[in-house]
Design a protein. Structure first.
Length: 256
C-alpha cells in the first residue's frame, strides 16, 4: 500500500528506457518496480529467444555467419535489428535455425527484377554489437573492410559464407569459375592480399557498371519506366578460374 498520494504520483511518472531491440520507449516507473516487460510493441508481437551461444567462442559457425552477413546482411544503425535477404529459402532456413527456429521467413516479390526474394529479420543487441565490432556495419556496401578480428584458422569459413551468400560458381567456356563481388574497393583489395597469403592465385578485376543509365536520382529500365536509385557503382571481383577455382572451393567446402 502507498502511504501518500505523492508516492503514488511518483511511480506513475514515465521513464525513458531502451528495449532489447534498440527502440526507446516511455513506460511508467511502477512497471520497472514490478519487473514488467519493457519491450516495445514491435517485440511484443513476436517474442522469441535468440541463440547467442554460437558467437561466444571461436567456431566455424561463428565466422560462417559473419561471412553471410557481410554478403547479404543488413545491420540497422539505431536499432539492434538485422536482416538477411536471399533468393535461396533453404539457405536462409539454415541461418534461421542457427539464430532462432521460431523466427518466420518472409517472402517478397520484386516486380522490377521479376523475382521472388526471402527475408530473415531478427533483433538482438549481443549479435548486433558483435557484428559492428567485426566490421559488419550500417550501410557497409561501399566502405566495408576486411574483418579486423578474423583468425586465419577460420578464414575459410568466412569465405564460404561470402560465396554462399552472394558469390557465383559456374562453368564458363568449359572451365570452372568462382567469383566474389563487392562494391568496396578496399575490401576487395584486402581479400586479394589475404588470399595470396593463403597460397591462392585469383584475378582482381574492376567491373564497370554500364547496365544502368543514371538520370538524376533514377534509372531508366528497358521498358522505359523510371526507377529511383541511390547511385551507380562499380564492382570489384575476386575471380578463380579452372584449377584455381577447384583448389579454392575444396578449401572452403572442406569435410568438417
Amino acid at each position: 500500500m502507498l502511504e501518500n498520494k505523492d508516492e503514488e504520483c511518483s511511480i506513475k511518472e514515465k521513464c525513458l528506457v531502451k528495449c532489447d531491440c534498440g527502440i526507446m520507449k516511455k513506460i511508467q516507473l511502477r512497471h520497472l518496480i514490478l519487473g514488467s516487460s519493457k519491450c516495445c510493441n514491435v517485440c511484443r508481437k513476436h517474442k522469441y529467444i535468440i541463440n547467442t551461444n554460437f558467437i561466444e567462442n571461436d567456431s566455424y559457425e561463428k565466422y560462417y555467419f559473419l561471412g553471410c552477413m557481410y554478403s547479404d546482411g543488413f545491420v540497422d544503425k539505431d536499432r539492434n535489428r538485422m536482416v538477411i535477404v536471399s533468393k535461396d529459402k533453404d539457405w536462409l532456413e539454415c541461418l534461421r535455425n542457427l539464430v532462432c527456429q521460431e523466427i518466420s521467413i518472409k517472402e517478397t516479390y520484386n516486380k522490377y527484377y521479376n523475382s521472388t526474394h526471402y527475408r530473415l529479420t531478427f533483433s538482438d543487441h549481443i549479435i548486433h554489437d558483435w557484428l559492428i565490432k567485426n566490421g559488419c556495419i550500417y550501410k557497409k556496401s561501399l566502405i566495408v573492410d576486411y574483418p579486423p578480428c578474423l583468425p586465419d584458422k577460420f578464414a575459410r569459413d568466412f569465405f564460404r559464407g561470402l560465396v554462399d551468400g552472394d558469390g557465383c560458381i559456374g562453368v564458363y567456356n568449359g572451365r570452372g569459375v568462382c567469383k566474389i563481388s563487392t562494391a568496396s574497393e578496399k575490401f576487395a583489395t584486402l581479400m586479394f592480399i589475404k588470399l595470396k597469403e593463403f597460397g591462392f592465385n585469383p584475378r582482381f578485376n574492376e567491373k564497370i557498371n554500364k547496365k544502368k543509365t543514371k538520370i538524376g536520382r533514377g534509372i531508366i529500365s528497358p521498358s522505359g519506366k523510371k526507377h529511383t536509385i541511390s547511385s551507380d557503382r562499380n564492382q570489384w571481383e575476386i575471380i578463380f578460374n579452372g584449377s584455381h577455382a577447384e583448389k579454392f572451393l575444396k578449401w572452403i567446402y572442406y569435410d568438417e
